[in-house]
Design a binder for this molecule. Sequence first.
Ligand SMILES: [Cu+2]
Length: 124
Amino acid sequence: MQMNLFPPSAKRPVRTFFAIALLGAAVLFASERGNAQQSTSVAISVKDHHFQPSQISAPANRPISIRVKNLDSAPMEFESTSLRVEKVIAAGSEGVVNVRALAPGRYEFFDDFHQQTRGTLIVQ
Ligand SMILES: [Cu+2]
């Protein structure tokens, strides 16, 4: 047997209230996640086998696009063990290296074709 605590007219507004509250919470949650996942981009150049600047920084917990411009007349390979990336960039050209969202810290990178060419990404 069904117990009817509320008369039919009172039941609907209560249910509507909860539905709206739930929807509101879902929208809030989704937009916070959206902010956290919004990517950021940072640029760096290579000239005379030196990164310019040799230190770049980016916010934590966001995917990062590193735009690498190779101003030298030789190809280079942007590489990092801690970032788990590797990308060849032809002479006089540029490439984008996409990195996952990172915890705060220092992440070293180098040119695999000219190992003395080194730089650091500071995530904070
Ligand atoms: Cu390599």
